[in-house]
Design a binder for this molecule. Structure first.
Ligand SMILES: [Zn+2]
Length: 294
């Protein structure tokens, strides 16, 4: 259910970045307005697993083509999503999200481009947020294009599948549990809901592997990068091009790129500063130490 769970052929290659400390980041970013690009790593402190983190097991995620082309796959998908969604909906922002809110209040942060679909930036109070890969709380009909809320769909799925949630119990990490398929004893009889307007196939309003980010959204994100003097990457391994292109663009237009992430990233060769650490502590320190932009 998360777009960061994507297959990749990229093999990590360590790149030596000379500057690696928070002191370096403060020196590079001081006086500049910053655009932030965030990924799964900023949400791990909220209890949402990062499938790409250094300790994550490999997994084979779904593709758009699978979802659209295979009815049994969709049935299984919606059964798991009906359980996993409730967990995301109960998740709260953490110190890293709140630090970015404060940077925006101080006019240091121009805005956030996020690869996450969990809406935790919005929940924390950030105002300028581009949800690059969509948002988990909306569902779209692939036939008529109508968008409905995930809450409404949850009511319909519960009505269509009486007793299903009770049979599963409180399984918080259904999406990563190695025995998830055993936990949900049988999805064979799960009834996905069709679009109530046209009968079409419903899909989370989330960009999956094999699907493009809508052009208008990409253009707004590039404009947000261009409006700032620096790019701060927080909690992304930049494995997919949909995020990496903004890092490359910032570097090519002469802007410093500061990356805060556990483990190496595909954008390290563009980094002015690379801090190998979790996001919450580093972002809080930046709030304490960065002066207002000149
Ligand atoms: Zn429809």
């Amino acid at each position: 259910m998360f777009p960061q769970a994507r297959p990749t052929t990229w093999q990590p290659e360590p790149v030596e970045v000379a500057r690696t400390t928070v002191d370096d980041a403060v020196e590079v970013l001081s006086g500049l307005r910053i655009t932030a690009l965030t990924g799964a790593g900023i949400s791990t402190d909220s209890g949402i697993p990062d499938y790409r983190g250094p300790d994550s097991p490999p997994r084979s995620p779904m593709t758009y083509q699978q979802f659209v082309g295979d009815e049994e796959f969709r049935r299984h998908y919606w059964a798991r999503n009906h359980v996993g969604w409730q967990h995301v909906d109960r998740t709260a922002p953490n110190a890293g999200h709140r630090a970015l809110v404060r940077l925006e209040e101080q006019d240091i942060l121009a805005g956030i481009i996020t690869q996450n679909v969990d809406l935790l930036h919005e929940d924390a109070g950030s105002r300028t947020v581009i949800d690059l890969h969509g948002r988990y709380d909306r569902v779209i009909c692939l036939n008529c294009g109508r968008v409905i809320s995930r809450t409404h769909l949850a009511e319909r799925l519960t009505a269509l599948n009486p007793g299903f949630l009770e049979s599963v119990g409180d399984v918080a990490d259904i999406e990563i549990a190695p025995d998830a398929d055993a936990v949900i004893e049988s999805t064979a009889h799960f009834k996905p809901a069709p679009c109530e307007f046209c009968g079409g196939v419903l899909k989370p309003e989330i960009v999956y592997f094999g699907e493009n980010v809508p052009r208008e959204r990409v253009e707004r994100a590039f404009a947000l990068v261009d409006s700032a003097g620096a790019l701060l990457v927080a909690g992304s391994s930049l494995t997919v091009m949909s995020g990496l292109r903004f890092v490359r663009h910032a570097a090519e237009t002469g802007k410093p790129v500061v990356i805060v992430n556990r483990g190496i990233t595909r954008g390290d060769k563009y980094a002015t500063v690379k801090i190998d650490a979790g996001t919450s502590d580093v972002l809080e320190e930046l709030v304490r130490r960065l002066p207002p932009p000149a």
